[in-house]
Design a protein around this ligand. Structure first.
Ligand code: NAD
Length: 495
């Protein structure tokens, strides 16, 4: 057995890069401005980050455009591009300890999750799209004996990937995988809360052989760097993951500039339904607890609304409460920790304000609802469960993005589905039932991009992920993700 890693000791020797990455080199922001990167587990500053603005974005986009037009990547033979992306994936894994540590220090995620989950998922994503490069074919249209019509996919050009802070590395790779594999150049803008791994992997991409200018990284704030990308006349597409509110802004930016293509992976308020005929309530309870408390509830598809049949409500809620009270927040660098910190003070205060709103509107607090480990200076809270929630309450409608479960009681499957669909979001849904017929009918009636039956939060690169309604449009993962970063061209050859 290998010796366990001492993550605290390892973090003492970590070198953190905070500069932007443009044209194959680390650079300061043009105006030399920086902002602080804070460890949410301690409240302490850990790095200074280049605060990129419009001038930096212009420089990054110009570099991407130049690389695209020169064809150093876009016209590289598919086998070569594939080999380089496979090498990029291999380097992500080779640097797994460092990347996991950066992610954990930056967003307060348990190191075990970062090490076994986020970094592996990022590498798998890049590998999956690398493999697809020489396997995705175009079409030949049926246009007659003396005409041949080829329908081919073409890269769009310069793609901007604008990503959130909850899974910084894997969200970035969900965009980078298909965008790079199809030959685009990419400007990656990490969230201001979580720039560290994005900055680091830019160098790894170059080390793998991705030519300078093909992947540039511009850390900075949404209102400056993010807006500049959205409004840029030479950005061809935006791959966005984040809140619905900001997703709507990107649609405006597009309309006000060059009608760049937009793919939006936005927020959610996903229902997790447990029907009275579910025979394995222990498995369902574990799934409900994991569905809301993983990553401290900072998950777009978190099962934040438990919709439970009144016949099993009391016994089921008790099981979930028992699980919640056994889950204690802890030091993210302790390999045994399963619940880490909330990303920053602002987000913690926002989540706590929902705890107040739940109590004020008459919901019954059954577990948690408190800050924790305040002596660390970090931003921790206890897993929280509210019962007697009604569908109109704020904690039943608004995305809290924290470890807060809102339990709503219903009678039968029809009411469960009506309540589940009573939201402007439509990212994901889960349902527990022993009846195949109920499961199939419910799956078709739930208005969500992903439905899980007798499981929750399952996925692989082979299946698309994305939302209905105000959870966005366009899909990450699977071959369908190429639709966001390519366009079809028809070539007619008379002969
Ligand atoms: P956010 O919308 O605040 O920020 C996302 C990105 O947009 C960041 O890079 C940010 O800097 C940028 N941004 C913010 N304001 C901007 C502006 N005015 N103009 C241009 N860019 C701007 O989201 P967040 O708080 O980082 O992440 C949480 C949200 O992300 C939640 O709503 C969550 O549901 C969603 N999310 C969705 C998915 C999914 O796949 N559907 C996955 C993860 C997170």
């Amino acid at each position: 057995m290998s010796t366990p890693i001492d993550w605290h000791q390892r973090s003492q020797h970590l070198r953190i890069e905070g500069r932007a990455y443009i044209d194959g080199a680390y650079v300061d922001a043009i105006d030399s401005d920086t902002f602080d990167c804070v460890n949410p587990a301690t409240g302490q500053k850990i790095a200074e980050i280049a605060s990129c603005k419009e001038a930096d974005v212009n420089r990054a986009v110009a570099s991407c455009r130049n690389a695209f037009e020169r064809g150093v990547w876009s016209r590289m033979p598919p086998l070569e591009r594939k080999r380089i992306m496979q090498q990029f994936s291999a380097l992500l894994l080779a640097n797994r300890e460092e990347l996991a540590l950066l992610e954990s220090l930056n967003v307060g995620k348990p190191i075990t999750n970062a090490f076994n989950g986020d970094v592996v998922s990022a590498a798998t994503t890049i590998q999956w799209y690398a493999e697809a490069i020489d396997k995705v074919y175009g079409e030949v249209a049926p246009s007659g004996h003396s005409m041949t019509t080829m329908v081919i996919r073409e890269a769009l050009g310069v793609v901007a990937a604008v990503v959130p802070w909850n899974y910084p590395l894997s969200m970035a790779c969900w965009k980078l995988g298909p965008a790079l594999a199809s030959g685009n150049s990419v400007v990656l803008k990490p969230a201001e809360q979580s720039p560290l791994t994005a900055i680091r992997i830019a160098q790894l991409a170059t080390d793998a052989g991705i030519p300078p200018g093909v992947l540039n990284v511009v850390p900075g704030f949404g209102e400056t760097a993010g807006r500049a990308l959205g409004m840029h006349m030479d950005v061809d597409a935006i791959g966005f993951t984040g809140s619905t509110e900001v997703g709507k802004l990107f649609m405006q930016y597009s309309g006000l500039s060059n009608i760049k293509r937009i793919g939006l992976e936005c927020g959610g308020k996903s229902p997790h339904i447990v029907l009275a005929d579910c025979s394995d309530l222990d498995a369902a309870a574990l799934s409900v607890a994991a569905g809301i408390f993983s990553n401290a509830g900072q998950v777009c598809n978190a099962g934040s609304r438990l919709i439970v049949d009144k016949a099993i409500k009391d016994v089921f809620l008790q099981k979930v409460v028992d699980l919640a009270t056994r889950l204690n927040p802890g030091d993210p660098l302790d390999a045994n920790t399963r619940l880490g910190a909330i990303v920053n003070r602002k987000q913690l205060e926002s989540v706590m304000s929902y705890v107040d709103a739940g109590s004020q509107q008459g919901a019954r607090l059954m577990a948690g609802g408190n800050r924790a480990l305040e002596e660390t200076g970090g931003y921790f809270m206890t897993p929280t469960v509210f019962a007697d929630v009604t569908p109109d309450m704020r904690i039943a409608q608004e995305e809290i993005f924290g470890p807060v479960l809102s339990a709503i009681t219903v009678s039968g499957v029809d009411e469960a589905i009506a309540v589940a669909n009573n939201t402007h979001y439509g990212l994901a849904a889960g349902i527990w039932t022993d009846s195949v017929k109920t499961a199939m009918n419910a799956s078709r009636s739930l208005r969500a991009g992903v439905v899980w039956v007798n499981c929750f939060d399952r996925g692989s690169m082979s299946a698309p992920f994305g939302g209905f309604k105000q959870s966005g449009f366009g899909r990450d993962k699977s071959l369908h993700a190429f639709d966001k970063y390519t366009d079809w061209k028809s070539i007619w050859i008379a002969h």
